[in-house]
Design a protein around this ligand. Structure first.
Ligand code: G1P
Length: 293
């Protein structure tokens, strides 16, 4: 693999219909888990993995994402005057100084593969990471993207994050077949987008973290609409693995599907239980809520 993984692509142009009416005005990536929007968790994970160029693929309804990463002069002044320095640091530190954010518009909602292709002019000819912010991955050790980047660098390969899912859920995911699976990783021999359980090659499902070689762009250019009539990243990867080593990696960490309401609730509880200032109160309220049934 040539070069370090510096670019992280965040496709954030989805509609977020499962969270309507909230997502009528608030992009789903801006929904909070405790006190931080989903996008911040994904961005932190990419920066931890060594990325310094963040490419957000957005659309005209997602100004809030760009605003979030912009400097908030008025708010900063107000907090400074009020002596609220902790809060000031919070809003100043959404991005470290060495990291730049680039916004690319996806003018038509043609699918995840198309969204990734929109990042091509920024990424160019380097390997890059893709993070889907509604897959939130909680970890005590190294973040999932760092795990993928390390493996991709070591193996000179593309790497896709996977986890086991119940067979009846295969129609919600990209599903991979592997060979020589070590329990942790293995080469992908086939990948299918959202197969019916009876057609699924396994129960190893793609989670929204990828490290891809730039060859994927050429292949996505040629990818025809697939499942749901969309240009699927999965179909681009299917073409990639015919040419280059592409690994499935069972990451360490706990993934929350924050594209679903129950997943967002679960993530909120997990992060609250993990927060020294909230743990006891959260346990208490969970106990009380269960007792009240
Ligand atoms: C996308 C991908 C799918 C993957 C999933 C992970 O689907 O197309 O292959 O398994 O993300 O969250 P979506 O959930 O956007 O429909």
């Amino acid at each position: 693999m040539n070069g370090r993984v510096r670019c992280a692509v965040f496709p954030v142009a989805g509609l977020g219909t499962r969270f309507l009416p909230a997502t009528k005005t608030v992009p789903k990536e801006m929904l909070p888990v405790v006190d931080r929007p989903l996008i911040q968790y994904a961005v932190d994970e990419a920066i931890e993995a060594g990325c310094d160029t963040l490419v957000f693929v957005t659309n005209r309804y997602k100004h809030a994402v760009a605003d979030y990463f912009d400097k908030a002069y008025e708010l900063e002044q107000k907090l400074e005057k009020a002596g609220k320095f902790e809060a000031l640091a919070e809003i100043r530190d959404v991005l470290p100084r060495h990291v730049r954010a680039v916004f690319v518009t996806q003018t038509e909602a043609l699918g995840l593969g198309h969204a990734v292709l929109c990042a091509r002019p920024v990424v160019g000819e380097q390997p890059f990471a893709v993070l889907l912010p509604d897959d939130l991955i909680w970890n005590r050790g190294a973040g999932a993207t760092k795990q993928l980047v390390d493996l991709a660098t070591r193996e000179q390969a593309s790497v896709i994050a996977v986890q086991d899912v119940p067979i009846e859920q295969t129609r919600s995911y990209g599903i991979v077949a592997t060979r020589d699976f070590t329990g942790r990783h293995g080469e992908i021999s086939a990948i299918v987008e959202k197969p019916r359980p009876e057609e699924a090659p396994s129960t190893l499902a793609v989670v929204g973290r990828y490290v891809l070689q730039p060859r994927i762009f050429e292949l996505l250019e040629r990818t025809k609409p697939g499942a749901g009539g969309e240009i699927q990243l999965t179909d681009g990867i299917a073409a990639l693995l015919a040419e280059q080593k592409t690994l499935a990696y069972r990451f360490e960490g706990r993934r929350f599907d924050c594209g679903s309401r129950i997943g967002l609730i679960e993530a909120t509880l997990q992060y609250a239980l993990d927060d020294d200032g909230l743990r006891d109160a959260t346990r208490d309220l969970m106990r009380r809520a269960l007792a009240d049934g």
